[in-house]
Design a protein around this ligand. Sequence first.
Ligand code: BDR
Ligand code: CA
Length: 333
Amino acid sequence: MTSNPFYLDCDTGIDDALALAYLLASPQADLRGIGAVSGNVSAAVGARNTLDLLELAGHAHIPVALGAHDPLAGSFGGGAPWVHGSNGIGEVELAESSVSLAPETAAEMLVRLAHEHPGTLRVLAIGPLTNIAEALRLEPSLPQLVAEITIMGGAALAPGNLTPVAEANIANDPEAAALVLSAGWNVTLVPLDVTMTNVLEENHRQELLASSGAVPRALGEMLGYYFRFYEGIFGRACSAMHDPLAAALAVGAVSAAVAPVVHVGVDTTSGPSRGQTVCDLRGLYMDYPEQPGARCRVVLSLDGDFAPHLVETLLAFSSESPTAAITAGAAVA
Ligand code: BDR
Ligand code: CA
């Protein structure tokens, strides 16, 4: 099986933690570096969570770089503690890694990795796109160096989650998203249309909690917090799978059923649709005829059921030492 070099950009975050563990457990991905960006939590807290998760997973050698604290325009809005907890990982406390941050910014790391792996580096962006936009400014030929970029973000036909029409990763930095989506590379966009319709249920969470591995157990604990937020949306204990689904599509372990390649714009005005991804889906009634010049593959539905594959992959960590330190905080039942 071919293993491709990957750069991950994230705002760790409960579902980011799932995506990170999924990538580490995937034989198709060779994770070479991770950048943190403000989103669910500040970039600094996201970087800390990432280092601690890597330590827990036995992958502390993978470098983590601090990225942008503020979006391209404006300033960081304080994150989403009501979704991810005050520490970003559902109040679960992980043993603190002693590894330091990389001596480069996230944007610099991405540019360096693109030069080290020209034509083969895969980028997976599961937070606001500030670091990726900064990397494009540093290295305008980045789209020619990178094999492909997969982005969790946007809402094509589905409603938004931060505003009625805007998804959080795009809405937290619309200027960066506009820059990244128009940069002339092949983009796979994984929007709410597909991440809200493939959910993880309580029986899946129980499977993770019953694992002998520290990583699946920690993820199961975090998901307790996440499920409580999503209960207000779905009416039962379950959760969306935004970031791990983007990771699975990026490594090619799951495939899309409907994913037209279309023009996508981002609303950067200050009106009520700021942050909306405007996807040209007018071809819907004719099986999406080709749109000349379009480079954004918008995933609208999947082939098959994702949750069992995700759980099975995460349980691959169960061979690890069960003694690794995690403690559930007060907010986790
Ligand atoms: C996206 O926003 C963040 O809260 C999640 O981690 C995910 O990347 C979902 O809208
Ligand atoms: Ca995220």
